[in-house]
Design a protein around this ligand. Structure first.
Ligand code: GAP
Length: 427
């Protein structure tokens, strides 16, 4: 099993993920994505967006993080989005009561307080006056932005059921026990799709999306042996759900939820209709009936997916450590090297790098032995390296080296871009 500390240290050393506000000693559970991390994250988001928001019948949305406070009353978050909390009277540490097996503090053995419910939403104030009338919340999920815009999207695009709204965006939860690196944090990014369906077709679409979502995780290269479904029993179901299944991944610290697929019924739209006083009924042209659609939701954490991709890709071999990312996720797709630091070789390597253009991220490196440069790229998961040598100046060909097989091939400069694209799966 991969050691999390190794992964965290690689992430820092190679510029994937840094602790937030590190020079001030850091801030608990907040992380910054560095130059390679942001590329990896954008690649994951791009894969999700094209698979979900570009499908026929689904469209994108980017709703505001701050919403009318009544949204969270209607959604049930004000009353019910809480975890049971206990404090240790001696060392003052806080715990989620449902995660404790004993009645005393696991850190110091001290006595614990009575259990109380702790709401997970971050509260702040809108405008200059800080009183109860100006309270707003940082959204704990992107979903509600799609629900309150349901009729806007439906009517502007003249959508018929079934249709979907996809969103990627930040969500905030004041988790009592964040941890495991970027697995559970207080600020994170979600990729959620809400699919509005005829009520009698809910089970069919639930099954459809369950299969589609598993396919997506396999498509970005995750190991099928580390993916499984976990059906929610009656006790586990969220207040809004009729049926729910998680896609779990076997993280270095065990099997855990990466994505949730929920049949939310007409719960959300009914509640928003009631709290806003505005009709959210859908008019069915064919049957001439008005009704509230059911919602099948797919909700995946971008950060958790990224952690799964990193742990899945990490590989230690005899003489190197490699991140075997699928090419679609690799932050740097191709690295260009002159064999040695001679002006004519450097110039050609730069020229070839330029010929790729800005379609994907490439890097140029002339420092150290060629072997060390290959290792550096292996460690960040670059699928291909192109080396220019003295023969290149006369035979107009270069060496393309594959990260996984370490095999090298001689390729003519004229075909280079198309060969790279084919190898990267881009053409
Ligand atoms: N709209 C439904 C919803 O928010 P959820 O199961 O609470 O459902 C969906 O969240 C996904 O968001 C989770 O499967 C997980 O990947 C991610 N997520 C939730 N809380 C998180 C946290 N504190 N840190 C990182 N990711 C989180």
């Amino acid at each position: 099993m991969l050691d999390m500390e190794k992964l965290v240290s690689l992430c820092k050393r190679r510029g994937f993920i840094f602790q937030s506000s590190e020079i001030y000693g850091g801030i608990n559970s907040c992380w910054d994505y560095g130059p390679l991390g942001v590329e990896l994250k954008n690649n994951i988001k791009r894969q999700w967006w094209s698979a979900m928001a570009h499908r026929e019948g689904i469209s994108g949305l980017d709703a505001s993080i701050l919403m009318h406070p009544k949204v969270w009353e209607a959604s049930g978050h004000v009353a019910g989005f809480s975890d049971p909390l206990v404090d240790c009277k001696k060392c003052k540490h806080r715990f989620r009561a449902d995660q404790l097996s004993k009645k005393h503090c696991p850190d110091c053995g001290g006595e614990l307080t009575e259990l109380r419910q702790f709401n997970l939403m971050f509260k702040t104030f809108m405008g200059p006056v800080e009183d109860e009338t100006s309270v707003v919340y940082l959204r704990p999920e992107t979903a509600q932005g799609s629900y309150v815009n349901f009729l806007n999207v439906q009517s502007t695009l003249r959508q018929k059921l079934p249709f979907g709204i996809a969103q990627i965006g930040k969500a905030f939860r004041n988790e009592i026990t964040p941890g495991n690196f970027i697995f559970r944090t207080r600020e994170f990014e979600q990729m959620e799709m809400q699919y509005f369906v005829k009520p009698e077709e809910d089970e069919k679409w639930f099954e459809h999306w369950k299969e589609q979502r598993l396919k997506w995780h396999l498509g970005i290269g995750l190991n099928p042996k580390k993916l499984r479904f976990h059906e929610h029993g009656k006790q586990e179901l969220a207040h809004y759900a009729k049926q729910a299944v998680d896609i779990q991944y076997e993280f270095p610290f065990g099997w855990n939820e990466m994505e949730g697929i929920h049949n939310r019924t007409d719960f959300d739209l009914t509640r928003h209709e009631k709290y806003s006083g505005k009709s959210l009924h859908y008019f069915d042209d064919e049957t001439k009936q008005k009704y509230i659609p059911y919602i099948i939701e797919t909700a995946v954490g971008c950060d958790r997916t990224l952690l799964a991709c990193l742990s899945d890709a990490y590989c230690e071999e005899e003489e190197r450590s490699v991140l075997k990312f699928s090419p679609c996720l690799a932050p740097v797709k191709v690295a260009f090297f002159p064999l040695i630091k001679k002006p004519e070789l450097c110039e050609l390597a730069h020229k070839l790098q330029d010929s790729v253009g800005f379609h994907y991220l490439t890097k140029y490196d002339e420092g150290g032995s060629i072997g060390r440069r290959y290792r550096r790229q292996d460690e960040i998961g670059t699928p291909l390296c192109v080396t220019v040598d003295f023969d290149s100046l006369t035979d107009q060909s270069v060496t393309v080296r594959d990260r996984d097989t370490m095999k090298q091939e001689r390729i003519g400069v004229a075909q280079l871009v198309s060969v790279l694209n084919t190898k990267l799966g881009l053409s």
